[in-house]
Ligand binder design. Sequence first.
Ligand SMILES: *[C@@H]1O[C@H](CO)[C@@H](O)[C@H](O)[C@H]1NC(C)=O
Ligand SMILES: *[C@@H]1O[C@H](CO)[C@@H](O)[C@H](O)[C@H]1NC(C)=O
Ligand SMILES: *[C@@H]1O[C@H](CO)[C@@H](O)[C@H](O)[C@H]1NC(C)=O
Ligand SMILES: [Zn+2]
Ligand SMILES: [Zn+2]
Length: 601
Amino acid sequence: MILTFVHSLAFLSGLVFAKPLQQQQAVWRPSQDGQLRDLHIGDLNFLHTTDTHGWLGSHLTQANYDADWGDFVSFVDVFRNKMTQLARDVIVIDTGDKRDGNGLSDATWPPGLRSSKIFNMLDYDLLTLGNHELYTADSAILEYRGTSQSAKFKDKYVCSNVEFIEEDGKRVPFGNKFVTFETPIQKQRILAMSFLFSFQRANNRAIVTPPLEEIMEKRWFQNMVETNKEGDIDLIVVFGHLPATDPTEREMHKIHALLREHYPNTVIQYFGGHTHIRDFVQLDSKSTCLQSGRFAETVGFLSINTTNAMGEDNPSFTRRYIDFNKDSFEYHLSKLATDVDTSASTRKGETISRLVSDLRHELNLNQKLGYIPATYYVSTRPLESEENLYHLITHKILPNLIPSKNYEPIMSRFILINTGSVRYDLYKGPFTKDTEYIVMPFNNDWHFITVPLVVASKVESYLNRGPVIASLGIPSSLHQNQQFNRFQNCPFIEDPNLSEGYTTEDDFGCHGDDTPHNSQQEYGIPNVVQCKDMKKSKEEEDPLKMVHVIFYTFMELDILNAVNSIINNLDLRMENLTTNDCSHYGGESTKKLLRDYFAQF
Ligand SMILES: *[C@@H]1O[C@H](CO)[C@@H](O)[C@H](O)[C@H]1NC(C)=O
Ligand SMILES: *[C@@H]1O[C@H](CO)[C@@H](O)[C@H](O)[C@H]1NC(C)=O
Ligand SMILES: *[C@@H]1O[C@H](CO)[C@@H](O)[C@H](O)[C@H]1NC(C)=O
Ligand SMILES: [Zn+2]
Ligand SMILES: [Zn+2]
């Protein structure tokens, strides 16, 4: 539990742009003073969101993340206002993936139809797209027309390596290739670019060029470099949908190497996303990258002084990961001493909170389908733990699968699912329609094959040695192999008085999170998990006895390949199986079985 107490704030008076204070707004529950780590304001300050995936309505069952989009808009507006009074600049950035993950975006077609209008009420200075804006043509059209080409963001939407395809087949840049602007207060000259990682599965209305190819081969980049010489700009901002840490592709590091050829001395600040983690990387003495988590759990803060106190040409950077809750927002605002103090909420923010709440009702997301008596975790409890969500699914949910035909009821069976079909922890509290969108949105059909027990029993471990089995529409399957604990030098905090949450380790150390948390251990997640439904005890089972292997239809080729390889390795006198050997099993989807299970509470 975070220590909270209620007190009213005498200093919240004299408003600049918020509506007059009412009593209820003057009451807030800051985390106890000194509990949170402060922001270190610089000349140039950034607020960053990424991978929000439709989470505009707060996390209703997680106190750590209890702020909704309206609360956040208030925070940003008041923050900006206070910065102006302090004669400092602030730039607000988003790096994409705004749908697929929450009912607010996904209960409409295309996903984001309604939620993107609310998202866009925040006055971003720079924004772009992620791969989740490009899975379908409808999504791409919505993003292009509704955001990139909108009157509000036409000059702020940057997308250096993606093209949109018009109805007539004409290719146009999805957004500005780059923009230049001067910050309002300190008149810093900024050059901004934005790259999406080399995404291969874009729909037929968009073309993604790998970032390096774009830089090396396209004319605009040469023109940009020629018209924006090092001496003409103070800072380069490269924001985009690609990870800060990427041990295999290292796309951001490669972009950086190329930019340094043209701008050897310029401060270059990167903002990243896609892998859903909090991360901060120092690329060289004049360049860092911030990545700000996922799902409106995190607001990233970054500050830069381009020259240090001695007037030397050596920039300094600070970073902070702000927990997305009202206490954190209000705490940080209260620390910014200005002559005119304002409420932490604005009329605009309150309107947006109401719009979010209305949309939630309209889409029927609060509809109660059951109750979750205890929290189940995806990756912060080991697989064999009763608190692990996959453990629940394989032990309590999948055994309830009943085939549509009465296949030999005494036959043992293995039911396999890919772990990517689950996308979030399942928190104690009401099981609503929104819970389904958040945790398990996809319907599935079941196929099965009949093979000897000795083969069936080896399929799971075979698939878990192989590459990731991804299914379309899952936000970044990368978070499934979160091998990003790069140093593991930070102390593991065990303090039950603190709320459970992130303890981030990055290039600047162990204290980036604004809120100290009771640390969570991350456990590796395999590709697939299985329910083993044996009709006899182990000793009685004949290894050559035939059993059923049941799986999601989209995993069929992976399963066949595994089974055939196992047959070959075992030298069994059996023909390879083909899709003709796969049949419909029938029965309810995992999603429905999960709902039915919690309907009983
Ligand atoms: C930036 O400089 C100011 C003084 O002008 C100082 O108070 C602040 O701590 C510095 N911030 C960073 C990030 O170095
Ligand atoms: C938790 O809080 C209690 C009561 O304030 C205190 O006695 C205890 O030492 C705290 N535990 C830790 C690990 O700090
Ligand atoms: C059977 O499948 C395995 C694995 O895919 C393959 O290596 C083998 O060549 C196949 N055998 C035949 C006879 O097709
Ligand atoms: Zn994402
Ligand atoms: Zn992504």
